[in-house]
Ligand binder design. Structure first.
Ligand SMILES: [Zn+2]
Length: 427
């Protein structure tokens, strides 16, 4: 976990610097971000506190519980009838511009784990996060360039992407992983898409190369995770050492043998059910637009994306049901399930993903875990994903109770990142 420690050290440094300016701010209480939410139901990332107070001092959660002492002069928000939950983590995103991360934050996603992006963009975002905390947008941690073979996915359909490093043999694994770490990648993404789910076959990484990549990543303290859409490559990925799968496969029901292997290897799985739905039908997108809590906040372009028909494929609603059944089978066996959008509609689509997780058979609380503490644990980020003293004040206040009705995550009253309120403008 060398890379994470490096990152955490920089964050710790940022907090230290924040503390220095905190004393300066004491002379200007109007600049202070300290506040308390009282009388509120709290979903702390693991469990529910029926009625509590959460005290935020500057960028951190300072106290949580039924008997929190609020310092005199601290502004309070009455949270009666509402639920305070951690800012959400999207475990499968692709951010290409700052606006994507701003939109994520405006719908309650304060961290994105990115699975393929542009090097210069990610480096600029990382530098900004480490210096200012970027309170008006989601944090992003990216794989940057995914591991794939020459003429393999995803570059087979993006010939215009100039920077497309590939790895064609186990001997190339060491350099490939080293280069990603040098670029500032947070995790290694391994593409295992042979194209046959939707069309003619394309070249794909060999088992030996997958094994060499995961071994090299682990040696350097980096998590590795695979894109798969079918069960056969999922077997190959997990058998060859990935820490997680960033989709659930849609081609067939998980066999008992696969579930057993997933449990034995201790992997996590990102459902991306909303993305899978969007490959089959635009009904999910239409439902988001029709939602009275989400629709009004959408831009025309986002509505267009949500209603954009998927390219013709062999996938049907039966495949979505298979994906949902697989999520439930893995979850019931104890495999951590993470929420992830994998869509251009940043932030808003996490709410549909949560709904589909509940539709798959998770309880609303288990779905919330998939977007909060489970991804924090899976990616090794102990500073977020929960509401506890000392953690980042990344918070979402919603009307109602999402731990019993998952649609309540959409009724957003306020969002904070690092204790700073995120503005939500109607377009
Ligand atoms: Zn993706």
């Amino acid at each position: 976990m060398t890379r994470h420690y490096t990152l955490m050290t920089s964050l710790a440094l940022a907090f230290t610097l924040g503390t220095t300016s905190r004393s300066a701010e004491a002379a200007h209480p109007t600049c202070s971000q300290s506040f308390a939410v009282t009388n509120v139901r709290v979903f702390d990332g693991d469990k529910v506190l029926v009625k509590a107070t959460v005290l935020v001092v500057d960028d951190e959660i300072a106290a949580v519980g039924p008997n929190v002492k609020i310092p005199q002069g601290t502004p309070t928000i009455d949270g009666a009838g509402a639920t305070l939950m951690p800012g959400m983590l999207d475990s499968h995103a692709h951010a290409w511009q700052r606006g994507d991360l701003e939109r994520a934050a405006q719908f309650g996603v304060t961290t994105e784990f990115d699975m393929w992006s542009d090097l210069g963009f990610i480096q600029a975002m990382t530098a900004e996060q480490e210096s200012t905390g970027a309170p008006d947008r989601a944090d992003v941690f990216s794989a940057i360039h995914p591991a794939t073979v020459t003429e393999g996915y995803p570059y087979n359909w993006t010939p215009d992407v100039i920077e497309s490093p590939t790895v064609d043999s186990p001997q190339g694994a060491k350099k490939f992983v080293k280069d990603r770490i040098k670029e500032g990648a947070n995790h290694l993404k391994i593409m295992l898409e042979d194209g046959t789910l939707t069309g003619p076959p394309i070249p794909v990484l060999s088992d030996a190369t997958i094994a060499a990549l995961t071994k090299e990543a682990r040696k350097r303290g980096m998590l590795s995770m695979a894109h798969i859409t079918k069960q056969a490559p999922a077997f190959s990925a997990v058998g060859n050492g990935v820490d997680g799968l960033v989709h659930v496969f849609v081609d067939e029901l998980a066999t008992a043998q696969f579930v057993k292997l997933a449990v034995a290897k201790g992997i996590f799985v990102v459902g991306t059910l909303g993305a899978e739905e969007s490959f089959i039908t635009t009904d999910g997108g239409a439902a988001i637009i029709a939602d009275p809590d989400l629709g009004p906040y959408l831009t025309e372009l986002e509505k267009e994306y949500l209603l954009f028909p998927a390219p013709p494929s062999v996938l049907t609603l039966e495949n979505l049901q298979i994906a949902q059944d697989n999520v439930l089978a893995l979850h019931d066996a104890g495999v951590p399930i993470l929420a992830g959008t994998d869509l251009a509609t940043h932030g808003v689509s996490i709410h549909r993903d949560l709904e589909l997780l509940v539709d798959a058979g998770l309880t609303p609380t288990q779905a919330l875990v998939a977007a909060t503490s489970a991804p924090a644990d899976a990616f090794g980020f102990g500073d977020r994903g929960r509401i506890a003293p000392g953690l980042r004040a990344d918070l979402v206040l919603v009307d109602g109770d999402p731990t019993t009705d998952i649609l309540a995550t959409r009724a957003i009253r306020k969002i904070w990142k690092l204790g700073v309120e995120v503005e939500r403008a109607l377009p």
